[in-house]
Ligand binder design. Sequence first.
Ligand SMILES: N[C@@H](CCC(=O)N[C@@H](CS)C(=O)NCC(=O)O)C(=O)O
Length: 143
Amino acid sequence: MAGKEDLKLLGLPLSPFVISVRMALNMKGVSYEYVDEDPSNKSELLLKSNPVHKKVPVLIHNGKPICESLVILQYVDELFAGRSILPTDPYERATARFWAAYAGDKVQYKHASCPHARALLTSLFSTINRIHARSCSRRGTAW
Ligand SMILES: N[C@@H](CCC(=O)N[C@@H](CS)C(=O)NCC(=O)O)C(=O)O
């Protein structure tokens, strides 16, 4: 895609859904503005951009919101050239979407009432964040 893109991502630091979108943007080498939301005090921008679910991630591309991590991943994959996120074969794509949706249904971070599960998820996601931050600083990309 040519030209200067205005990309803003509304997120939360430990959300696996947000992390997957950040990884996708990073794979494509795209820079974007990242805005942390406060789940207990959601911004007007989030409520206006995702009035149905009121959840992150929301990607705002040139003022137009795209919601739901899997929808965003596919959008990013189609919009930007470079390394493909989803397989090109239609059956493999369908299989990848199936498992991504399955994993998304299972990961309900806010419902992880068990402190051990929360601690595990927290440590897992901060590790992912660290690995990505390192690989981005090596490659000179935003995240
Ligand atoms: N199906 C959504 C799930 C997104 C989601 O659950 N986001 C959580 C953060 S992990 C959220 O925004 N929670 C705030 C809330 O439920 O009010 C997606 O794939 O984007």
